[in-house]
Design a protein around this ligand. Sequence first.
Ligand SMILES: Nc1ncnc2c1ncn2[C@@H]1O[C@H](COP(=O)(O)OP(=O)(O)OP(=O)(O)O)[C@@H](O)[C@H]1O
Length: 252
Amino acid sequence: MSLQLDDITLTYPDGDGRVTALDRVTLHVPAGTVTAVVGPSGSGKSSLLAVAATLVTPDSGTVTVGGTPTGSIGRAERAELRRRRLGIVFQQPNLLPSLTALEQLQVMAHLDGHRPREVRERAEELLAAVGLTDQARRRPHQLSGGQRQRVNIARALMNEPSVLLVDEPTSALDHERGAAVLDLLARLTRERGTATVLVTHDRAHLAVADDVREMVDGRLTAAGPARDAAGGAPYAPTPELDSASDSSTATC
Ligand SMILES: Nc1ncnc2c1ncn2[C@@H]1O[C@H](COP(=O)(O)OP(=O)(O)OP(=O)(O)O)[C@@H](O)[C@H]1O
């Protein structure tokens, strides 16, 4: 299922006036693809994720998650949609200190009333997918930063979301671990048909994206595909990179 944002404008109160965080933003993220969003501080990236997550209601425009237009449903239904359809990965994994890696995942689905055996199997499958089978019984303080972030990602996938919203998942990691987490996100996105939005400052990681957009002053520009045909060239946005052919040959 896909994520569709149409003509989204979002303003916040600012003294006597209002500041425009998102300015007529339109974005379509097809199922099984990763769209990366880059842009300077204060350009509107977090606001975009908050609106896509239905945590913030825009002034105008529509957010459609897996075919469901979120503006036309009530608050309770939106909360239900968030729980069932959306996976959200914030910068810092907010894992519960007293739970093991396995329990962090299980607790998500127990809340939904699934059978314990099914829940356990799914949690084990996801921990295996992120390469943490051997760490399943460790608590957060017994895991490395990269391992904690992988638990965070596995947990976000526990309820099989249609849409995955990821904010700077590698900010606490070194380059190599960050790249491994990004590769994992891209693989799981494709395997599970998720529509993934990835906000990142690290342009070296954009090679995993199917599409790269740049946020500038609340406007989203089409920056084109992040990879060349060989899957290698990283994206480096500059004013002359409006054409896709340029973006595929640019270097950082
Ligand atoms: N709650 C708020 N009240 C008022 N203005 C806000 C609020 N949240 C964000 N803004 C403003 O909206 C604009 C977009 O902010 P946003 O946090 O979306 O940017 P960002 O690209 O995520 O920045 P960063 O990379 O620093 O996290 C900025 O001008 C910011 O100051």
